[in-house]
Design a protein around this ligand. Structure first.
Ligand SMILES: NC(=O)c1ccc[n+]([C@@H]2O[C@H](COP(=O)([O-])OP(=O)(O)OC[C@H]3O[C@@H](n4cnc5c(N)ncnc54)[C@H](OP(=O)(O)O)[C@@H]3O)[C@@H](O)[C@H]2O)c1
Length: 291
């Protein structure tokens, strides 16, 4: 079961000593279209050092993420070495007609082509994390997923990514993946619903294996939580916003949060949530607030 995960993770710990460190927050670049370059540059100016994107033109404009990065480099806001860049391989069924690979090619070639295109978009010769955007089937970890995962490992071995991850994945798929691959992901990235105990089962699977859980839609999937008296009262007494309480909670339970805010003030607030320390009983109460 993920026997070489430890080796992979000890690699991660060693590169933590390098200039690239695992960020405490990821800035998400989905759905920004032509605003992507300006928002990426703004996010870096505001202090984000982790950027999440995907080579999936349907929801992301990866090429424009690269433009935003280049603008930030030119302005002296950050260097490539300061950043944690994460992108994804997306199966054809998750794409529109704007594909970053030849759909007639075998999957391992599609992975290589998608990675080459990502590196070109992002103006770099490596990313920090390469994520399978989602397994090929809703239920199982399939042969196709295994082929893609092994191709992703080859990209990692060739130095084009430091780490690997998987997204939109169920506990069953992770268990199946563990049964057939000697190496597991360094990251799992999932939509994090409070009504599922903030993805409790998957977080527990990840926690047992030193896999870092990245949570997205922490605000948008949990609108009722943001209005809950517990959160509203905690926010009022700490003089922060309910969104900041949710982000602070997520970090307290080991979730690496994503935010895709387009608002400079929200960027500031989201990052400032790192400085808010919730009492342990509040963390416990939020964890079981809705499920
Ligand atoms: N792996 C996947 O399949 C997948 C799927 C979805 C998303 N993602 C990633 O996750 C990133 C984040 O996506 P998301 O689904 O979490 O949604 P999102 O795009 O981050 O949307 C967050 C919403 O919360 C608001 N918000 C953020 N900070 C706030 C604050 N401090 N106070 C009040 N409102 C605040 C934003 O509004 P304002 O803009 O007005 O602040 C926005 O409406 C994406 O960009 C993408 O990188 C990955």
């Amino acid at each position: 079961m993920f026997s070489s995960t430890i080796a992979c993770l000890s690699g991660r710990h060693s590169w933590q000593n390098d200039a690239v460190t695992e960020p405490e927050f990821l800035y998400g670049t989905a759905w920004k279209e032509d605003r992507t370059p300006d928002l990426v540059e703004l996010a870096l100016r505001m202090g984000f050092r982790g950027v999440d994107t995907a080579n999936q033109r349907r929801h992301y404009f990866e090429d424009r993420v690269g433009q935003g990065l280049a603008a930030a480099y030119s302005a002296g806001v950050a260097t490539r070495a300061d950043l944690f860049l994460q992108t994804k391989f997306t199966y054809q069924r998750g794409q529109d007609h704007r594909l970053p690979y030849d759909p007639a090619a075998i999957l391992s070639v599609q992975v290589a082509q998608s990675m080459a295109s990502s590196l070109e978009h992002l103006g770099t010769d490596y990313v920090d994390s390469y994520v399978l955007h989602g397994p090929s089937s809703a239920c199982d970890w399939t042969h196709a997923d295994s082929e893609v995962w092994e191709a992703m490992r080859k990209e990692r071995d060739a130095g084009r990514t430091r780490l690997l991850g998987v997204s939109n994945v169920s506990l069953q798929q992770l268990a199946q993946m563990a049964a057939v691959h000697s190496e597991g992901p360094a990251f799992v990235q999932n939509r994090c619903y409070a009504r599922l105990g903030w993805d409790r089962d998957i977080r527990s699977f990840c926690g047992e294996r030193n896999i870092i859980y990245q949570g997205f839609s922490l605000l948008t999937a949990n609108a009722e939580v943001l209005r809950h008296p517990l959160i509203v009262d905690l926010a009022a007494s700490a003089q922060v916003t309910p969104a900041q309480v949710v982000f602070s909670f997520s970090q307290a339970v080991g979730i690496l949060p994503l935010t895709g805010t387009s608002d400079a003030e929200h960027m500031k607030q989201d990052l400032a949530s790192r400085d808010l320390t919730l009492p342990p009983d509040a963390v416990q109460a939020i964890e079981s607030l809705a499920g």
